[in-house]
Design a protein around this ligand. Sequence first.
Ligand code: NAD
Length: 500
Amino acid sequence: MTTTGTKTFKNFIGGEWVDAVSGDTFESRSPATGEPIGLFPKSGAEDVDRAVRAAQAAYEDWRLEPAPKRGEILMRFARVLEREKEALTDLMTREMGKVKAEAGGDVQEAIDMTYYMAGEGRRMWGQTTPSELRDKFNMSVRVPVGVVGAITPWNFPIAIPSWKLAPALVCGNTVVLKPAEDTPLLAERFVELLEESGLPAGVVNIVHGYGETAGDALVRHPGVPIITFTGSRETGVAVTKAAADNLKHVHLELGGKNAIIVLEDADVDLAVEGILWSAFGTSGQRCTAASRVIAHEKIYDALQSKLVAAAERLRLGPGWDDETDVGPVINKAAIEKSHAYTKIGSDEGARLLTGGEIATEGDLGNGFFYRPTIFGDVDAQMRIAQEEIFGPTTALIKVRDFDEAIRVSNGIKYGLSSSIYTRDVNKAFRAMRDLVAGITYVNAGTTGAEVHLPFGGTKDTGNGHREAGQAALDVFTEWKSIYVDYSGKLQRAQIDNAAG
Ligand code: NAD
């Protein structure tokens, strides 16, 4: 394992690596050990302004680059990511903390997304359609929006930037990226590799810094017509309000309180595996994490005892260690939040079945490790069953029948992922219809999105947009309808073709 110690990194603006105007920096540290990862520019409004101007200047030529050529650059980037997969995976275990297999999956998701979007360079279909008038041709085409302000969280530090940048770029936009302050080195490597892949100067710029300063300046900058944001609901609301005065496009991917339903006819062992992976993978820090399990009363006891036993076998440790099942949570605030919810759950009358403790034995005390935590006898209205904890905690809720299971699953403000374990095809199809969520899994946990399908959620998880798949193109382009009249005379729609 290599460390960068206290090396100072820079912003990337207009093809140059530069310090923040103020010269101030902030530090990134490993959540597993506290070791320093590096120092990064603490940017403000002036840095953001420079980056936006560089992106505006680059846009004029980038939008004219044929989309297949833009796709070829992305294709090269995908190959560079493949070459760097192992190094990025190792770095992710150190800077973000997730375990090696998951970190590799995060990087692979970026590779998959980049290849997929590279192909859009030769697709990106519009429509041609008949005109209601003679000698007239109608079509619609996608056009880029302009400078994209991309604000990303730390939990998928390579995948999420790729979800935003790959479609934004192939569609002809330029980008200013403000990555999460907890994983700046991964974001800077991402941009460095994009530069290596042949992206012209100014097409992608990175400005490090805090959300309330650098992020807010990006959201408010009049030269940025579109903000794509992934993060918490609270920040999503703040971003929407800050963008409102300029009537910006705002694309939001926010939180979740996802549930796995286990019916009485389910394969309980399979469900336990899915719950473990969905609740405790990435230490529960996924927007699609299963923080609720809704179990039919007939299998509730069996499920509970198998799940608790399996959770107690999970080994905590640093992500780069092959023996580790569950890595650290991201920072001090995250471990305090998880612990606060343990108290809230106990005070509410839920039964703490396992976990509920900060792990401090041996080297774990140097990092932010929280034991996988399961509450039983949880009422669906308790705070631990309603609020996003974003840590390794899940809540077991007992229900009497299928209808109650669906009601409980839907009875939250979020609508990201959902899941049902059953062997009854009729119930599976009813669940696919009735679960109010952007994603439904049947006989699988709540996580595991593939890049060619839309990703996002209903209700407070977002504002109606979707990331990934073809849906991403709708975020990063505007439709333009074009009418070509080759009749040589004035033809008036709705008037000259009207009957009688
Ligand atoms: P966060 O909202 O605290 O921060 C996300 C980003 O927003 C960071 O880059 C941060 O610096 C920036 N930011 C903070 N305040 C800002 C402001 N006022 N203006 C502009 N930018 C600001 O979220 P987080 O803790 O980094 O991430 C966890 C959250 O993200 C969870 O709620 C999780 O569910 C959600 N998430 C959602 C998805 C999804 O696709 N739906 C995916 C991953 C994470």
